[in-house]
Design a protein around this ligand. Structure first.
Ligand code: SAH
Length: 425
């Protein structure tokens, strides 16, 4: 959610991942939910294989690599060059049906239709907000709902359609990390997204954006940055994410540069080390939200498994390996982590790591007690960092008129669906 680490000075805002206004009971209800999430938290930390997977009737074409598609075609007796043609139809020419792939023999088109789904995520809703944020609600084949957000940063003189676009994508349905301020995890983890479902979000954005702004060149993706800051913990779905981003990056895919992709994590230390060793140099953002173990553990259970003494060296190692600034995201929550003491500790951490800091005023959520500090207190916090020469962004907000937080639209729609079932039964 937070961060335009590529160009921190711009100061656009993020909220892919605010808290959804889900149905909540009193304290007891909240506590029992939190306990069950803490129990689940161990799943991604110790036994990733236990995570629920969904096996669709047909695999999505958006999850195939050039290599995997070539071998499927070869097994069918088709020449290898067909794989490139098919992927070109999918990513460059944005074909929306098998029949649109006119240079493929009819028999091959029929086989493709029997073998793959062309698009595993269908657009349910595109909520356009007056402040240039769009929220796409997508339905997967098992009726799960996910959200993908388009954030436009208007540039002078070019109008909103030519603004710089950052896409915020989800990696899981729900989340197991149980951060106490974040509603995405309150219903726990439903399942991981497949690589094809992750790629499909970006292709759906392309479909929407192509209609608004014709592409200058067929091979262009319709956006400028990707942030993996939507629903879910990206590094808990590591393999699918890497396959997806490999497809997004490949010249036969969306041809999108790894340096323009930021992965945000709540701090799964072994996976940060693994990410540092990947050949593609993605950008990294850490959801820090507490500058001491005491504060961080109170709001992020992951800190108990990976306290700052383990997290910060991993962040340093990543930064050194890739020679570029890591971003530290820090939500400002009143009376939780907004004290001058936290500001000085954060200043020291960021200075030591040469990291950029994104300060994000907390987005309030119905039913949760947390609030954002006053603007004066936010500024005072930011000043402690600025005065030490730390690169810092204090975010403004966008998207409130469409409930822009990842999770909000999903929960709202799920509630409406439940109501429809109850009313008609
Ligand atoms: N699990 C990953 C990716 C989710 S990114 C991670 O933790 O980084 C979503 C970002 O939004 C995280 O920094 C998260 O802590 C933050 N966030 C969650 N709820 C929020 C809220 N109500 N207000 C502001 N930021 C929030």
């Amino acid at each position: 959610m937070p961060g335009l680490p590529a160009e921190p000075a711009r100061g656009s805002s993020w909220f892919c991942h605010e808290l959804p206004p889900g149905p909540r009971g009193g304290d007891d209800a909240n506590n029992s939910r939190k306990e069950s999430h803490s129990a689940q938290l161990n799943a991604p930390l110790t036994a990733p294989s236990r995570t629920v997977k969904f096996a669709p009737a047909k695999p999505p074409l958006t999850g195939e690599t050039l290599e995997s598609l070539t071998s499927r075609l070869k097994a069918q007796g088709e020449p290898a060059f067909r794989a490139k043609q098919i992927l070109e139809w999918l990513y460059k020419k944005r074909a929306r049906s098998w029949d649109a792939m006119t240079n493929l023999p009819k028999g091959l088109r029929a086989w493709l239709g029997e073998t793959f789904s062309l698009m595993p995520a269908s657009l349910v809703l595109n909520r356009h907000s007056a402040d240039v944020t769009d929220k796409l609600l997508l339905e997967l084949e098992d009726a799960s709902l996910i959200e993908t957000v388009i954030i436009r940063a208007p540039q002078e003189g070019v109008g909103v359609d030519r603004s710089r676009k950052t896409i915020c994508i989800s990696t899981q349905v729900g989340c197991a990390m149980a951060c106490s301020f974040c509603a995405s995890g309150l219903a726990g983890l439903k399942r991981d997204l497949s690589a094809g479902e992750i790629v499909a979000q970006l292709l759906q954005v392309c479909y929407c954006e192509d209609e608004r702004t014709p592409r200058a060149k067929a091979e262009l993706a319709s956006f400028d940055n990707i942030v993996v800051m939507g629903m879910g913990e990206p590094l808990a779905n590591y393999d699918a994410l890497m396959t997806a981003l490999g497809i997004v990056n490949a010249d036969w895919g969306l041809g999108f540069g790894a340096r323009r992709i930021t992965i945000s994590t709540s701090g799964l230390v072994p996976k940060i080390h693994q990410l540092a060793g990947e050949p593609l140099g993605f950008r990294l953002a850490i959801s820090l939200h507490g500058a001491t173990d005491e504060v961080r553990s109170r709001i992020m259970p992951v800190n108990k498994a990976y306290p700052l003494a383990k997290l910060l060296p991993a962040v340093r190692a990543f930064g050194e390996r890739h020679g570029r600034m890591v971003t530290l995201e820090f939500i400002l929550i009143e009376d939780v982590n907004d004290s001058p003491g936290q500001a000085s500790k954060l200043r020291d951490i960021a200075g030591d790591l040469h990291a950029h800091v994104n300060l994000i005023p907390y987005n309030t959520v119905d039913g949760l007690p947390w609030k954002r500090p006053s603007p004066e207190r936010q500024e005072a916090f930011a000043d402690v960092l600025r005065q030490a020469g730390i690169s810092v962004t204090l975010r403004r907000e966008k998207g409130h008129d469409i409930a822009a937080a990842c999770g909000q639209l999903r929960l709202k729609t799920e509630k409406e669906r439940e109501k429809t079932v109850v009313d008609s039964s």
